[in-house]
Design a protein around this ligand. Sequence first.
Ligand SMILES: C[S@@+](CC[C@H](N)C(=O)[O-])C[C@H]1O[C@@H](n2cnc3c(N)ncnc32)[C@H](O)[C@@H]1O
Length: 157
Amino acid sequence: MESQKKYWNIDPASGALLQSLIHTHKPQNILEVGTSNGYSAILMGNVAKSYGGHIKTIEFFGERVQLARENIQKEELSETIEVLQGDALEILSRFLPLPEGELEGVGVFDFIFLDAAKEEHADYFKFAMQLMPLGGIIVADNTISHKNKLSEFFEKV
Ligand SMILES: C[S@@+](CC[C@H](N)C(=O)[O-])C[C@H]1O[C@@H](n2cnc3c(N)ncnc32)[C@H](O)[C@@H]1O
């Protein structure tokens, strides 16, 4: 896969942490906000596939969506990972309101990884809180490297 820097992929230690959390908690429905070329989705997907979990991942940049889909296919993870093309906030809003009775108290996603526009993390978090069951897990990248852009997110958390 192409360079980590060019596609802003998570570093190997963050990847290992994500894989370990997923291996331990075995979330059925994972959401990633910020696909890029699919690197982190593939890391998570390799673990999720082993127990039948699924991932939806959001990316608005067409070239990256295509590249991610190609990489996912090469890794034989097309049944596990679905790339949704579009603006994250618009796509997140499509999941609400939860269908009455069916998903209340259960949530749509039990694991959410935030790794898109840092200025929007606080808004992603607001959606995440509505889309997750009690005990769901939210992971956010760049909380140290981009902490200046994340003050609203920290406040909400
Ligand atoms: C840091 S990269 C994601 C890296 C990826 N998680 C990985 O580690 O392989 C962030 C990605 O989010 C996308 N992005 C930023 N803002 C977005 C938005 N509002 N909606 C959808 N995608 C967005 C960017 O185009 C970029 O590809």
